[in-house]
Design a protein around this ligand. Structure first.
Ligand code: TYC
Length: 119
């Protein structure tokens, strides 16, 4: 029985191929199409009521900063109106926002937190 060898069975049908005349196949170089994922900065906003100590505690707890770094970020927010606490993928950033807003709600503070795409 004559068996017909399938042409390049390991390659999906849409794979571009260029035969060089022999059995070998040369794959054409393609431009890289995948982009790195969009990243999001999680920023907190200043207000006149949330205690500084509470903001420092939240930044330490949810953004993994030590007390010194958390205090610097809190002071930046206090002075500039806004400050970045961390940069994450979309889902992680959304979770951080939820955690901060829930802690603020539980503490009875109006602290606001937002996630924003960067670059
Ligand atoms: N402005 C607040 C105060 O003086 C402190 C504060 C800092 C509040 C950062 C919110 O995101 C904030 N008590």
């Amino acid at each position: 029985m004559a068996t017909k060898k399938p042409a390049n069975p390991a390659l999906p049908p849409e794979t571009p191929r260029t035969s060089d005349g022999g059995d070998s196949v040369v794959l054409e170089r393609r431009a890289q199409k995948i982009k790195p994922p969009q990243m999001y900065q999680v920023a907190m906003l200043n207000d006149d009521y949330t205690p500084m100590e509470f903001v420092v505690m939240v930044i330490q707890e949810f953004f993994g900063k030590d007390r010194e770094a958390a205090t610097q970020i809190m002071l930046k927010i206090h002075l500039d109106g806004k400050g970045v606490c961390g940069v994450y993928s979309r889902d992680v950033a959304a979770t951080k926002v939820d955690q901060v807003l829930e802690a603020a709600r539980q503490g009875g503070h109006p602290l606001q937190c937002v996630s924003e795409p960067i670059e």
